[in-house]
Design a binder for this molecule. Sequence first.
Ligand SMILES: Cc1ncc(COP(=O)(O)O)c(C=O)c1O
Length: 451
Amino acid sequence: MSAPKYLAIVKKIEALIRSGQFTEGSQLPTHRELAQQLGTTPITVAKAYKTLAERKLIESFVGRGSFVCNHSQLSDVIRAESSETEKNLSILQPCLSQHSERLNQAFSQILNRGNEALYGYVEHTGLARHRLMGAMWARHYGLEVTDHHDVVLASGAQHALSALIQCYTQPGDTIAVEALTYPGILSMANMLGRKVVAIAMDADGMLPQALDDLCQSSDIAMVMIVPSHQNPTAATMPAERRQQIAAVINRHRIWLVEDDIYGFLNPQPIAAITNFAPQYSFHITSLSKAISPGMRCAFIKTPATESERLAAFIRATIWLPSPVPFAAAAILIHSGEAFRIAKEQRQIALRRQQLAREQLAEFTLYSQPDSYHLWLELPAYWQADAFTLAAKNRGILVSSASYFKADPQAVTPNAIRLSLMAIENEAALVSTLKQLAELLKRDTRFDYVHC
Ligand SMILES: Cc1ncc(COP(=O)(O)O)c(C=O)c1O
């Protein structure tokens, strides 16, 4: 029996995309056009396009058509490089030029000191001094940590997240996450064969009752939460909500991963959820957002019983995170410079939030006054993916709500995330926001002539 016709179409188009003949962003023929060309029905072509969309090779927009998309979900949202022509409102990183000289000094201090031990194999748990500095950093922003032996080093928060998923869950297990969440969690869980279940949120983050209900009705192996300046909604959990979440964790005795990478942006420290459920909670901090993503320095505070198990996992996978950047981090934390840099970045974020609110005054925006990013509700005539594509065609990178959906079947919120920090130059940021506002105001629904 021959393969269904729609699969032959899928195979052909996939080959054209992979060979580069259909380039990223190019428009595919309509269902009717392709059906005519191939002597088949529009329904068969629609079925083929649906399969291609499920494989994330194309994106289809009602009324606009189908377009070739990027292969990697993550690379679409998080773009490290920004060419001259691209105005990057998609990557969440600090304004590095502000303190790159101080980073240079910290690194040259290590080299000048001739600290050869750092070039060899050091303790796989990380050097005691570096773990102490990690405890100091996290404590400053609301974590209760008394024993540095409970702190394990990781090469960035993404490494911490993946190590925790692999060490504390099994393939096939279910991880509960915020309904809209950091795509790095989604892609990691997906790659490792873990299921993800979306928990409803409100303006204060994950809803404790929704989490409780789910834990009662199904087997949840782990809960992952970003409690401060949540990525992408910028929601920050108030203290009371944190205690309610911790009560659910304690009641059901499930692992919690609290990814507090943006905690340094809170005007006052807020007690970590981990403080109220220390037996079950892993708390992650990282220097990526406050100081430098390139340093790859993250700290995981584990339950007292778990640091050895996690350290053994890290040893088995990467042996140890490089001690060199941690030595620079320790210099910065010990001298207080790290906290000053973090405070400066918060001041920049505060100012940029004000600038963005001036430029985008007509639109509905969600954020804290000092978040790195904004969650922007699009006017009803724009759809999130279509807007993202239209912005990209004008050289502006934004992140569509669809990238953050934990439940792929859920309706995509009509929103985008804008990072205000990746464009270093303030005037360039304002001009990019102006262009974005113009595009947002344009109702392009009727730009197309329908034949
Ligand atoms: C919530 C969250 N966790 C983790 C990361 C990754 O951080 P790192 O660069 O430390 O791996 C990001 C980066 O955007 C993030 O937003």
